[in-house]
Design a protein around this ligand. Structure first.
Ligand code: SAM
Length: 312
């Protein structure tokens, strides 16, 4: 076996790294599946109204100009839904705890372009007596890149009714130092859909220079950044609250490896984080989470998910 060093570069180094991770039998099949175009699904926008005429199915927007469908990977839908469905045990009033619509505080640390944020907004919304949707609680979205934040704002404007959009706060901070700035009393649910190696995008990209530049250092740098973000997110979790960590990376350093490091360092000091083990309609359990990989999930993913709860 050739020892992988951070000096090796390009697609040969990339192949060598993932051959070691997945083995000679799986990697060629997985790589082939990654090279196939993604097949996103058109998710219906809960807030868009039925136009009530025969041509309804031909139009992309409703009469208020809200887009009717958001195109995204099914695995991403499952991820955001899992966060909203996992029971939280935060110290809110008992009668509120029993209600699925209790006002909660939700934070999306890396939100653009916003597909998962829309699912969080839907999960927090209920209809009032007039049949209008209202956001229960507070939804806070964060995205460091100004260009991508502009895209996030467009998504919110295109898909959310004005009253819901007006209640959502959008910030542009570095997620890894969020816990230093945030002086609130914490969040019930946090999504950390972290920037990652995105190997599928790399393989499908028409810009070949990214692959030519690939080295193991790339994933090593990313996992340091992800670790800081994850620790920052866990620090602002309310007791009993849940955090979902997800990546579309194949590198174990950014997935189970990151959780293993967290378990050794952060959990020991804090002693109050539990790893939950949700299952999904497709995919496979890993040591600490769940993996949806396209070779075994009809082209879905890649998506790694790990779910944490802070002890109440
Ligand atoms: C995987 S994408 C998020 C996708 C999004 N959750 C969705 O479903 O549409 C990761 C995002 O994190 C942003 N990002 C990268 N580094 C960041 C940081 N340090 N703090 C906050 N956001 C960051 C990237 O610009 C990118 O938009």
């Amino acid at each position: 076996m050739v020892k992988q060093t951070t000096k090796l570069r390009g697609e040969a180094a990339f192949d060598l790294f993932y051959l070691e991770v997945f083995g000679t039998e799986r990697w060629p099949k997985l790589k082939q599946a990654l090279l196939e175009e993604k097949r996103p699904v058109a998710r219906e926008n809960l807030f868009a109204k039925d136009n009530g005429n025969d041509t309804d199915t031909d139009t992309d927007t409703d009469k208020d100009n809200l887009h009717k469908y958001y195109s995204m990977d099914l695995a991403s839908i499952w991820a955001a839904q899992a966060l909203m469905q996992v029971p939280i045990q935060t110290p809110i009033a008992d009668e509120e705890k029993a209600s699925p619509t209790a006002p909660i505080r939700v934070l999306d640390l890396c939100a653009a372009p916003g597909g998962k944020s829309l699912i969080l907004a839907e999960g927090m919304s209920t209809k009032n007596v007039d049949g209008e949707f209202v956001l229960q609680g507070e939804l806070i979205l964060n995205e460091r890149s100004a260009a991508r934040r502009a895209r996030l704002l467009r998504t919110l404007n295109d898909y959310l009714p004005a009253n819901i959009r007006a209640k959502i706060k959008v910030y542009g901070h570095d997620a890894s130092s969020w816990c230093v700035r945030d002086k609130s009393d914490g969040y019930d649910r946090i999504l950390l859909d972290a920037p990652c190696s995105s190997e599928r995008h790399l393989l499908l990209s028409s810009n070949k220079s990214h692959m030519a530049d690939w080295s193991k250092k790339r994933t090593q740098c990313l996992c340091r950044e992800q670790y800081a973000m994850l620790v920052s997110g866990l620090q602002v979790l309310r007791p009993g609250g849940c955090l979902l960590y997800s990546t579309c990376a194949l590198s174990p350093l950014e997935n189970d490896g990151l959780v293993a490091r967290l378990e050794q360092r952060f959990f020991k000091r804090r002693g109050s984080i539990e790893i939950l083990r949700p299952t999904f309609p497709q995919g496979e359990a890993t040591k600490y989470g769940w993996w949806i990989l396209p070779d075994q999930c009809e082209g879905l993913g890649p998506m790694f998910l790990a779910l944490f709860r802070r002890s109440s």
